[in-house]
Design a protein around this ligand. Sequence first.
Ligand code: 13P
Ligand code: SF4
Length: 371
Amino acid sequence: MATPQSRSCEAPERGKADRAGEGKAASNASRDARFAPVEMPDLTFTPEVAEATEHLYERVSRVIPRIEWPAFAPYIKAINDLKRQRNAVILAHNYMTPEIFHCVGDFRGDSLQLAREAARTDADVIVQAGVHFMAETSKLLNPDKTVLIPDLEAGCSLAASITAEDVRALREAYPGVPVVTYVNTSAEVKAECDICCTSSNAVKVVESLGAKRVIFVPDEYLAKYVAGQTDVEIIAWKGRCEVHERFTADELRAYRETDPAMRIIAHPECSPDVLREADYTGSTSGMIKWVKEHKPEKVLLVTECSMSDNVAAETPGVEFVRPCNLCPYMKLITLPAILDSLVYMKHEILIPEDVAARARRAVERMINLTN
Ligand code: 13P
Ligand code: SF4
């Protein structure tokens, strides 16, 4: 039963609730206006578009010929205008093509950096210029925001290599052994695991568990790389990145023979043979940092080849040797697909709450560890 004291407290509380309700209604109205359908913008390369995008062309002039700019500029202007209208941000992975990465991306980086930005942003809409598992990670960290992926087919061979059922079977086979999952997995798989990791924090995450043995899924090569850096015994899965597994040690030796001073730096999703040929191994952002710090005369980045273009745009004086392996999933994300995504508010990422709650725990545990 309510006491007089509690009743007297109710009136102001109700007032507060009413005001909060009004505030919520107002913010819902402005949100509805921001999300309202819009028409596809005119995509003609006019003098106005040329002028509005010239400062952006300067960012990519080393890697995009001037003659190609009229094909990109109208999309870039339309996307940047719509971002403001929708209070949206674009998270651009290092493998995006330069016109996306440098000209419409608001936050750029590797998987871990994008996950951190997703946790911090106060935008209403997040467009993931990356692959599906990255968009799911953004949604896990922003359950109340609208997260869009411009193409639903933007998957990942690693994420496709393992299911939640597989992780449950591993737990049964190795009772009590903690499970670390690379972020390149579905939310369902993350939900079955203890903690996530990315290529930039995998060793730290594995060691943080204080266990003698750890199950590490799904990348076999990343697992081998981690096993070489720690005393923790690693039980691996047999997933592979279909882009990085194509590089071979013979191919890299042949490149080096053309110029012994060439520096070779590689992503840990490559095979151990390939990593043995590398002067440095690290995440995509680790590789970029290495190039910017060391400024080698000639460098070969053993990873998805758009990244070389993105770094070349910012590092005059460094020559990039490009054995071009493209990720077919990343390359589904194009300027037209991003524009469609913002015009039609598609494709929205939705994760069932029971899965999301458990998957979020694994992602947040990683973020808290590395903050
Ligand atoms: P990074 O976390 O290093 O960006 O790697 C993600 C990825 O998909 C590499 O293929
Ligand atoms: Fe997946 Fe490999 Fe593409 Fe990265 S490069 S998204 S690991 S298939």
